[in-house]
Design a protein around this ligand. Sequence first.
Ligand code: URA
Length: 212
Amino acid sequence: MSDLTELSQGDLFAPPDPIITCKTLAELHGLIQACTKCEELAEYRTRAVPGAGPADARVVFVGEAPGRWEDQKGEPFVGDAGAYLTELLEKIGLERAQVFITNVIKCRPPENRSPKAPEMESCAPYLERQLALIKPDLVVLLGRVALERFYPKEKITEAAAVPRRRTVGGREVVFLPLLHPAFGIRRQDLKPEIERQFWKIREALDELATRT
Ligand code: URA
């Protein structure tokens, strides 16, 4: 048997990737909850946190990773940064229940350390599939880690509040990087800037509305 035949037979008989073939968010979230791709995270977590919100949300928020409270409750952004995120959304006329919220990685890193590159790589297909299934018009990238996932060469201080377009699954989607709300908890003096940046979400939505 030639190498080529072996290769093509290997491909032919490879089982279909369940992340790519799953048809619903519920199915995908079941896969995330059972995931053990990152040994350390799977051992350390209480539970994985796939994300929360409507399956047809127009806006998706992507944070960094679950923290302590998210790990306990199984929901994203439920700690102090989450309360501030809810407040910011209300200021711009959005309810939390209208948007889908998730993270770059779905499991809490030990002691809330930053996600490692291989963890972000392993988790990437879940986030990509979430975006493919939800088909949002706007993806808000909260903070450095979320920016790095999609725009690895950019710096959050320069990229924040500058919308850009990107094709996802054949659809044009607006990506908007913003400073992470957790900054506003640690540095009260940054709150006015964070709030100013959040208005860019409203502007992007208003602009999208003129196109449809
Ligand atoms: N909670 C989350 O779910 N993600 C973050 O990035 C911060 C807090």
